[in-house]
Write a protein that binds this ligand. Structure first.
Ligand SMILES: Nc1ncnc2c1ncn2[C@@H]1O[C@H](COP(=O)(O)OP(=O)(O)OP(=O)(O)O)[C@@H](O)[C@H]1O
Ligand SMILES: [Mg+2]
Length: 227
C-alpha cells in the first residue's frame, strides 16, 4: 500500500523566555494513502504541534517529514506552501480565516492560488455543503464560532486535497451539524480517496476511523487499529 505521509524521529523544541521546552519527542509513524486516522491525547500533549509539522506549516527540530514522497525539510517556506496548496487541506483548531475577506472569499483563496476557473461557483457550492449558502457575504467576525469552523472546513475541501488534516473539526459544533460535517469528511474519503488525519477528543468520531494514534507528553504511546 502506498504511503502518503512518513514521519521519522520527529521532535520539536520551542524556545521561549530563554527556556527550551520539548513538546514532541522521537515520533515515528506512516500513514497509508486513502486511510482514515485519528490522533487523540490530553490537552497540551502536542497534537496540534504534530499536525502542523506533518502539514509543513512549521519545521521540526529533528527528524523528517515526507509528504507524498517529498522531504519537507529540504524545502523553503514558499516551496512548502506550494506543496500544501497542491496536496493538503487543513482545518485549524482556531479556524484561521482571513478577517478582511468574506466567508465566500476565504473559501476562494486556495482556488485562486491554484489559478482555477469558476472559483466563485465552486466556493458557493462548498459553502452550501456546509449549510452556509446564505452567509457568503459575512466577514468572520460576523459569524458564530461553529459557522467559522464550517467555513474553514469548506476552504480545506476546496482544492480537493489528497491529504486532509483536521484539528478538532467538530469541536465547536452542535450534535446535528457535527454529524453533517463528519459525513462530509468521510464521504470525501470514500468518494475522492482523500486521506484523513483528524485530531479529536470525541471518542465516537475517533472510533469511526481505521486507526488511532495516542499521544501523551509529546510521545506516541499507542498505535491501534479499529475494526
Ligand atoms: N509557540 C510555542 N512556544 C512555546 N510553547 C508552545 C508553543 N506552541 C505550543 N506550545 C506548547 O506545546 C505544548 C503542546 O501544544 P499543542 O498545541 O500541540 O497541544 P495539543 O495537544 O494540541 O492540546 P489541545 O488538546 O489543548 O489543543 C503545550 O504545552 C504548549 O504550551
Ligand atoms: Mg490542539
Amino acid at each position: 500500500m502506498e504511503t502518503i505521509l512518513n514521519i521519522s524521529d520527529l521532535s520539536k523544541t520551542y524556545q521561549s523566555a530563554g527556556r527550551s521546552l520539548t513538546v514532541l519527542e522521537q515520533i515515528n509513524f506512516s500513514i497509508t494513502a486513502g486511510s482514515t486516522n485519528a490522533i487523540v491525547g490530553p490537552s497540551g500533549s502536542g497534537k496540534t504541534t504534530l499536525l502542523g509539522l506533518c502539514a509543513g506549516l512549521d519545521r521540526s527540530s529533528t527528524g523528517t517529514v515526507e509528504l507524498n514522497n517529498i522531504n519537507l525539510g529540504r524545502l523553503s517556506e514558499d516551496q512548502r506552501a506550494q506543496v500544501r496548496n497542491q496536496y493538503v487541506g487543513f482545518i485549524f483548531q482556531n479556524f484561521q480565516l482571513l478577517p478582511t475577506l468574506t466567508a465566500l472569499e476565504n473559501v476562494m483563496v486556495p482556488l485562486e492560488l491554484r489559478g482555477e476557473k469558476n472559483c466563485k461557483a465552486r466556493a458557493t457550492e462548498l459553502l452550501d455543503k456546509v449549510g452556509l449558502a446564505d452567509r457568503g457575504h459575512h466577514y468572520p467576525a460576523q459569524l458564530s464560532g461553529g459557522e467559522q469552523q464550517r467555513v474553514s472546513i469548506a476552504r480545506a475541501f476546496s482544492n480537493r486535497p489528497k491529504l486532509l488534516f483536521a484539528d478538532e473539526p467538530t469541536g465547536n459544533l452542535d450534535a446535528e451539524t457535527s454529524e453533517k460535517v463528519v459525513k462530509l469528511l468521510f464521504d470525501l474519503n470514500k468518494d475522492a480517496g482523500t486521506t484523513l488525519v483528524l485530531i479529536t477528543h470525541d471518542l465516537e468520531l475517533a472510533a469511526k476511523t481505521q486507526r488511532i494514534l495516542r499521544i501523551k507528553g509529546g510521545r506516541l504511546i499507542a498505535d491501534e487499529k479499529n475494526n
